[in-house]
Design a protein around this ligand. Structure first.
Ligand SMILES: NC(=O)c1ccc[n+]([C@@H]2O[C@H](COP(=O)([O-])OP(=O)(O)OC[C@H]3O[C@@H](n4cnc5c(N)ncnc54)[C@H](O)[C@@H]3O)[C@@H](O)[C@H]2O)c1
Length: 255
């Protein structure tokens, strides 16, 4: 039986928990969620009182589904040796944190998994890395899915154009796919990010344009908006990536 912990019991965390109820090979042994009402009715044995408590519980893998700031804190608090699968990929735009992560992982043997989340193609990008010349990603979402709750935007409007590093600082909850593309491809300084707010869409659209030696790729990925920041495909994608990781099949492993 594999033992897992979940950090953040929102749209993604709850989805994973509910789907694992039917699984007799994986057991959720710990949950850390600061809003207590969200975990009412669950077996109190699995509810942790702090992130630190979750980090000490004997677990095989912890799934982070909370916020980019939590990832950094969590990684350093894990004393149990558990591996980590992260949803909040923008956390890796912080080079100091990436270095700390690698150092700790080298010593402890822990693994950190980068699930493909809302998009596709990370494996192809990583495998073609030596050939890549330019990578750009354009995301179009409704203003409310970009955290712009009082937006007056009526027509589609480019609200950001710059490096993925800057996009992650500006939209830590909304450009996880940009961070994943940067990690797999040319890095945070050399990937171009464009964010468009469109009040007339209920979709989350990502257009990924890659050029390189002997290649020219255009990927268009759309899913329907479901959570505040999450599209309808993402929870299913993360859940199945979790199953893949725990079954020790071939996965995108970053450390
Ligand atoms: N990789 C991807 O493709 C992808 C796609 C969509 C969303 N995401 C990211 O996944 C994460 C979860 O998304 P969601 O839709 O489930 O969000 P959500 O808002 O529904 O849930 C997040 C939960 O985390 C909790 N939380 C906040 N601070 C916390 C902390 N310090 N410790 C523990 N829990 C904390 C919140 O109370 C909330 O219950 C977000 O960071 C989101 O940006 C990633």
């Amino acid at each position: 039986m594999k033992k897992i912990g979940i950090v953040g019991f929102g749209y993604i965390g709850r989805y994973i928990f509910e789907h694992l109820k039917q699984n007799d090979e994986i057991s959720v042994e710990a949950i850390w969620e600061p809003i207590a009402e969200k975990t009412v009715g669950l077996d109190q044995k699995i509810i942790c009182k702090s992130l630190e408590e979750l980090g000490t519980r004997p677990l095989d893998l912890i799934v982070e589904a909370a916020h980019a700031d939590v990832v950094k804190e969590l990684w350093l608090l894990i004393t149990s040796g558990a591996d980590l699968m992260i949803s909040s990929v923008t956390s890796f735009s912080d080079k100091k944190f990436r270095d700390e992560m690698e150092q700790k992982a080298k010593k402890s043997g822990q693994k950190v998994y980068l699930p493909h989340g809302a998009i596709l193609g990370l494996d192809g990008l990583r495998d073609g890395r030596a050939l890549l010349e330019s990578v750009a990603i354009t995301t179009t979402k409704h203003p409310k899915n970009l955290g712009m709750l009082d937006s007056k935007i009526t027509k589609p409007e480019v609200i950001f154009k710059g490096t993925t590093l800057e996009a992650c600082k500006k939209f830590p909850r909304n450009v996880n796919v940009h961070a994943a593309i940067a990690l797999a491809g040319l890095g945070f300084d050399n990937t171009e990010s464009v964010v468009i707010a469109d009040a007339n869409t209920n979709k989350m659209q990502h257009r990924i344009e890659v050029k390189g030696q002997g290649l020219n790729w255009n990927l268009e990925i759309e899913s329907f908006s479901a959570g505040a920041v999450t599209g309808s495909y993402t929870p299913a994608s993360l859940y199945n990536s979790l199953l893949t990781v725990l079954s020790e099949r071939n996965v995108f492993q970053i450390v």
